[in-house]
Design a binder for this molecule. Structure first.
Ligand code: F6P
Length: 548
């Protein structure tokens, strides 16, 4: 059965939230804290090794209860059941959205179109496991009998960002294999990567759900041509494997069936790292760590599926996005991990969140009359403090931010970790409290400057504060906790899509540019001048052709 179609702005709860917003919009967080000693406790969710403090958001308990009323009015509970039970909720593509089944235990049952998908999932997991073991142990030799030392993942979008982010984030847990990622169709990208590789000791993992993606196929073809310059054709089967739903095209590319790791079309590209798309993760970190990542995600699935909305981390998190996006009219959200390991996390989430919820037509096919998907960006602290934090603190835009920190560093350098985390704590406090004119004046009076200089300088040093943040404090970065964190954002995406009454699991918006690029590519190889575009594009094409 289809997802319920409700314009959220026509619900009773939306009007209530609007009135509530009017009473709250000018309140300062500082005052909300001083008038309610229980605030931090009441607005914090402790779950497993996660401590999630929502209290530095411009909300009260009433906000949460009104927002959950909205969630109930659009029937989020029913939508969650459909999501987990493999119903066709990606209606525009006629597919289920069943990536949660990929991390469900072997004993569970998940039916997609009447078929229990768990046995097949575990069969592929077994294949990933034994292949990983043969590569990591050195049992699998390259064609010339040498041990594999390097893995190259060739894919783009969901076939690159997830595995690349996880391998980089969990590099502390990595084995001896060197892992590389080629994604961009920019030939310089793959050339930079292969230039130091020995084809005899390298395994190429071609990842493409559709096996039609121009970037991936171009890179795979060019890399295979480079490989065949020094290796015989029979060597391909020892050095090239693929992950795809399109088995025929993979075979057509010349990859043996036994070297194909299948995936299903009910796994969206941007949610696919849990499937065979995670093969590079398994190779780089070992199968056990890959499995722990999945187990962590499954724990978050269970939390999301069963916890009351008021205690449900992805649900509250998603509702807060709706609160800021649709009531405060803030347009973007920052994700700031206080660990260098997560430096690709925001980039990864950009695809997950923006490709899913960047939609302007609702589930009944009508243009929406309210805002949907937010702009996602971010970089690790403390680096980002020295880059764009100025704008968050004193700019004109309201930018809700997720601060993600860990209580333990991986190498145990407490001195550095305390410094790092003191910044994590200080920034959310500073963003919330700001600095008043009185505070600025008294600080300036301590300095040896004149009264008129104090007057001139003080306006520039005032921080309004009242900038919302959510603090995710997690015990330790591990495969399991990262799995939980990624799954948290996946469910947040789902909840937002349900509230905004949009389809989160298609991505037609990326097609137009791809189509145009195909026809322009033909023109680039023609000698005549391009005249069939607008004058700007025609001129740019001429300049390119004359200078390339
Ligand atoms: O960017 C569009 C997209 O379809 C993504 O959703 C997907 O992750 C990516 O292209 C790669 O697709 P494929 O895995 O089929 O090569």
């Amino acid at each position: 059965m289809a997802l319920k179609v409700t314009n959220p702005t026509t619900t009773k709860s939306w009007s209530k939230i609007q009135s509530h917003f009017e009473t709250l919009k000018s309140k300062h967080l500082k005052d909300m804290f001083s008038s309610d000693s229980e605030r931090a406790k009441d607005l914090t969710v402790k779950w497993d090794d996660f401590y999630v403090d929502f209290s530095k958001n411009r909300i009260t308990k009433e906000t949460i209860s009104l927002l959950t009323e909205l969630a109930n009015e659009v029937d989020l509970k029913d939508a969650i059941s459909k999501y987990f039970e493999g119903e066709i909720i990606n209606e525009t593509e006629g597919r289920a959205v069943a990536h949660t089944a990929l991390r469900a235990p072997k004993s569970s049952k998940v039916f997609v179109e009447g078929v229990d998908v768990i046995p097949d999932i575990h069969e592929v997991k077994e294949k990933i496991k034994s292949f990983t073991e043969s590569i990591v142990s050195g049992n699998h030799k390259g064609f010339s009998g040498k041990t594999i030392t390097d893995i190259v993942n060739i894919g783009i979008g969901g076939s690159d960002l997830g595995p690349a982010m996880v391998v980089d984030s969990l590099q502390y847990y990595k084995n001896h294999l060197n892992t590389h990622f080629v994604s961009n169709v920019d030939g310089d990208h793959y050339n930079e990567i292969i230039k130091n590789l020995n084809p005899e000791t390298t395994l190429f993992v071609i990842v493409s759900k559709t096996f039609t993606t121009q970037e991936t196929l171009s890179n795979a073809n060019s890399i295979r041509a480079w490989f065949l310059k020094s290796q015989p054709k029979q060597a391909v089967s020892k050095h090239f494997v693929a992950v795809s739903t399109n088995i025929d095209s993979v075979k057509g590319f010349g990859i043996d069936e036994e070297n194909i790791f299948p995936m299903k079309d009910w796994v969206g590209g941007r949610f696919s790292l849990w499937s065979a798309v995670g093969l590079s993760v398994s190779l780089a970190l070992g199968y056990d760590n890959f499995n722990k990542l999945l187990e962590g995600a499954h724990k978050m699935d269970e939390h999301f599926r069963t916890a009351d909305f008021e205690e449900n981390i992805p649900v509250i998190s998603a509702l807060l996005t709706v609160w800021y996006n649709n009531f405060f009219e803030s347009e973007s959200e920052a994700i700031i991990p206080y660990t260098q390991y997560l430096n690709q996390f925001a980039t990864y989430l950009q695809q997950g969140i923006m490709e899913s919820n960047g939609k302007s037509v609702d589930r009944s096919g009508k243009p929406v009359n309210y805002q949907t998907g937010t702009i996602i960006w971010g970089e690790p602290g403390t680096n980002s403090q020295h880059a764009f934090f100025q704008l968050i603190h004193q700019g004109t835009k309201l930018i809700p931010a997720d601060f993600i920190g860990f209580t333990k560093p991986l190498y145990g350098n407490k001195d550095h970790h305390d410094k790092l985390m003191s910044n994590y704590f200080a920034q959310t406090e500073a963003l919330m409290n700001g600095k008043t004119k009185e505070e600025v004046l008294s600080e300036l009076k301590e300095q040896t400057i004149s009264q008129s200089e104090i007057e001139t300088l003080s306006p520039f040093k005032v921080f309004e504060g009242n900038k919302p943040t959510t603090s995710f404090l997690i015990k330790k970065l591990s495969p399991e906790s990262l799995g939980k964190l990624i799954a948290m954002y996946e469910h947040k995406i789902f909840v937002q899509g349900i509230i905004w009454n949009i389809y989160s699991y298609d991505q037609f918006g990326v097609e137009l540019g791809k189509q145009l690029a195909k026809s322009i590519l033909k023109e680039l190889n023609e000698s005549e001048k391009s005249t069939n575009h607008d004058s700007s594009t025609n001129n740019l094409l001429s300049f390119y052709k004359n200078n390339c």
